[in-house]
Design a binder for this molecule. Sequence first.
Ligand code: FAD
Length: 356
Amino acid sequence: MDGTHLNNKIGIVGGGITGLISAYFLSLEGYKVDLYEKKKLLSETSSKTTKLIHGGIRYLENLQFHEVKNGINDRKWWLENFPDETKLQEIIILSKKKLSPEIFKFFFGIKVYETFAGRSNIKTGRLYKQDDLLSLGIKNNISAGISFYDGLMQESVGQEIIKRCKSNGVNFYENNEIKSIRSEGHIEEKQYKKIIIAAGPWVSSFLKQNKIDTNKTIDYIKGSHLIINRKIKKGLMFRDQKKHRYIFALPYQGNLLLGTTEQRVRSPEDNHVLDSEVNYLLESINIYIDRPINKDEIIKSYSGVRPLIKSKAQDFHSSSRDFYIQKDHNLLSLFGGKWTTAPSIARNIVRIVNNE
Ligand SMILES: Cc1cc2nc3c(=O)[nH]c(=O)nc-3n(C[C@H](O)[C@H](O)[C@H](O)COP(=O)(O)OP(=O)(O)OC[C@H]3O[C@@H](n4cnc5c(N)ncnc54)[C@H](O)[C@@H]3O)c2cc1C
C-alpha cells in the first residue's frame, strides 16, 4: 500500500473517453484513481469519431428515444463544462424534393429532438430554400434543407480532460498493457476498492482472457472518415449514394470532415480505411455539392471500430448506442456507449462505487 486507504483507491483499465471521464468524476468525489492505458491516452476509438456531441437525431428513426434523451442531457453537460473546447454547429439536412416525405419526417424529428432538450435546447433550426442552398455551394437540383443544432468537439477537448484529471491527482500509466485482473479488486498485483474495465471494443476479449463470463458481445462496426482541404460554412447531413444511410460533412478545424461508413469487421484492430470507403464517401457528397471533391483534396483519413453491444437484429445500421455496466464482485465492466454519453456512464459508476 502507498499510504492511501484501500477504500479510496480505484483502478481503471483503458484511457479512452469512458475511462477518462470516469476517472475525472471519481476524482471529484475524492477517490484516488490509477488509470492504465496500453498505448497513449485517447489514441484509439475516442480519436476516430465524427466529433459530434449529440443525442443522435438519426436514432429517432429507430425510436431509440431513451438513448437520444440521454445524449441530449450529456450534450448540455459538455457544452457547459467545456465551453472553449466545444461549439454549437448548425447542420442542414439536404433533400432533393421540397415537399418530400423525408423533409416532413425530419421536420417532426427535429421538433421531437428540440422538445427532448427542453430548456436546454441550444438553438432552433430553420428551413432552407433552394436559393439559400445555392449560396452554400449546394447543387441546383437539391431543392430544400432543414437545419438543427448539435455540439461539435474541438481537437483541444481531449488534452483539457487529461489536464483536469491530472490536477485532481489521477495517476496515468500510459504504454502499460494490463494482462491480468481479478474481480476481487486486483489489477496485476495491485489491490483496489473497485476496478473498472473501460477497454472500449476490447472489453469482451479482455474479459475472456481473464476468464470472466459475460452475456454481452461487442459488434465490431468500423467507421471511416476523411479530412478534406475545403472550407464549408454549415454542417451538412445527407443520404449516401445508395440512399441507405446518412453521412455528415462538417466544418472542422478549417477543413471539411466527411464521414462515416459502417462495416462489420472481425476485430478492433481491423481499422484501416479502404479505397472502396473513400470512393463511397466522395461519390455520396458529390451528389450534393456543385464543385466535386477529388481524392487529391484529402488531407487525412482515419478509421475506428465502434464498441456497439450486439443486438439480435442483423441490421447493424440501427444498432443501439446504449451502454451497459456489468458487475462481478469489485469489477465493473463497461459495454457500448458513445463519446457524448461518457458522463452518463461515469455518473452510474460513481453511484455504484459510492454505494458499495
Ligand atoms: C467511426 C466512429 C464515429 C463515431 N462518432 C461519434 C460521434 O460523433 N459522437 C459520439 O458521441 N461518439 C461517436 N463514436 C463513438 C465513440 O467513439 C466511442 O463510443 C467512444 O470513443 C468509446 O470510448 P471508450 O473509452 O469506451 O473506448 P476507446 O476510446 O477505444 O478506449 C479504450 C482504451 O482501452 C485501451 N485498452 C484496451 N485493452 C487494454 C489493456 N489490456 N490494458 C490497457 N489498456 C487497454 C485501448 O488502448 C483504448 O485506448 C464514434 C465511433 C466511431 C468508431
